[in-house]
Design a protein around this ligand. Sequence first.
Ligand code: TV1
Ligand code: CA
Ligand code: ZN
Length: 396
Amino acid sequence: ANGIERPKGYNVSFHFNSKAEQHHFGQSHPMKPWRLTLTKQLVLSYGLQFAMDIFETLPATMDQLAAFHSRDYLEYLSRITPDQSEVIANNFKIFGLGPEGDCPVFDGMWDYCRLYSGASIDAARNLISNQADIAINWSGGLHHAMKKWASGFCYINDIVLAIQQLLTVVPRVLYVDIDIHHGDGVQHAFWSTDRVMTLSYHKFDPETFFPGTGGKDETGPKNLVNPGAHYSLNVPLHDGIDDAQYEDLFDHCTGACIEKFNPQAIVLQCGADSLGGDRLGKFNLNIKAHGHCVDFVKRRSHNRRLLVIGGGGYTPRNVARAWCHETSLCVGATLRNQLPAHIPYRQAFMSAENGGGELYPNLSHITTRRHENKHDKGYLESLKKNIDEQLKYVEN
Ligand code: TV1
Ligand code: CA
Ligand code: ZN
């Protein structure tokens, strides 16, 4: 009434469960749930809890998980123990589990699955009930899990469960995935529908890099009568992509999808293995470019619901820094450029990389282990053109 416009504030909710963070996949396994403790400690040290609603979530129930997964698989997951004789006797291979593999049977595995999935379901519900504009679950984002089997460190596909929740109240959900791996489980789950558009950016090399799917022509069922045709979009990349290239590509493709598909909710999987210096990844992205993606989607979200979830990320100190920075972007805070003095686990943030000095946010962090950049302008332009071509079939 007095003519003063206030910028719209966002209600942000942060969903976590301390117990999820305490699980171990096994000695040399790259997936370290304690990176979530590191992330949360950093978030708390900056006082970001005062700018969001914090929810410690309950584990998902069997019935909640069965909204996507088969009962056979869930029964098996809930019963199997690390005891090898039982693992072998139960013919674990059909369910994608096994010792030494990507998806080991570890102590508390079932609880871990129910906890990270429960947090994503809760986050989706909080958006549905309009308690939040943006809901965050860094423990989720396990995009490879299939209806009947585990794959690539993922047992339960919390993303599919969260999207199913959102679909009970909105017609269309856009899924965007910046993990360095292809979001195959989510793509597959919604392959035949035009109510969910999936868009994954990833390293693509079927010969050497997991999971080997996600080529640029993988756009949905080839039968054009199927409603899912043209609703799966992929941006296959090579080693060494840099900040400027990624940001430009992301803005063009994601911007076009939001505009054309016009979703009422967006789910953003923020796998941090696309950062430079990751133990498994091969890109050269700094925290700045990774965070740019979150900020871009937030700015384009307007009145849409936004679910922000984790995913991969195998150099824990960088995962924590990226996700803390991205939490601050969600709430609209700017963090000072120095680690809080009294942060627990301070040592974990110190590394040879920066001479053992300050690390946060220090949005450019790669000083070592650069990967040769295998992209030229022509290739990047062809990827944009490919997305534009697919979107010609989409109108809302
Ligand atoms: C145990 C111990 C398992 C050490 C797995 C890296 C390990 C890997 C390990 C590993 C590893 C993968 C494959 C397996 C093809 C398969 C959370 C036959 C040092 C979302 C999942 C990557 C990524 C799976 C998950 C991949 C996510 N890479 N050491 N396993 N082989 N699997 O290559 O997208 O980030 O690496
Ligand atoms: Ca991806
Ligand atoms: Zn990954």
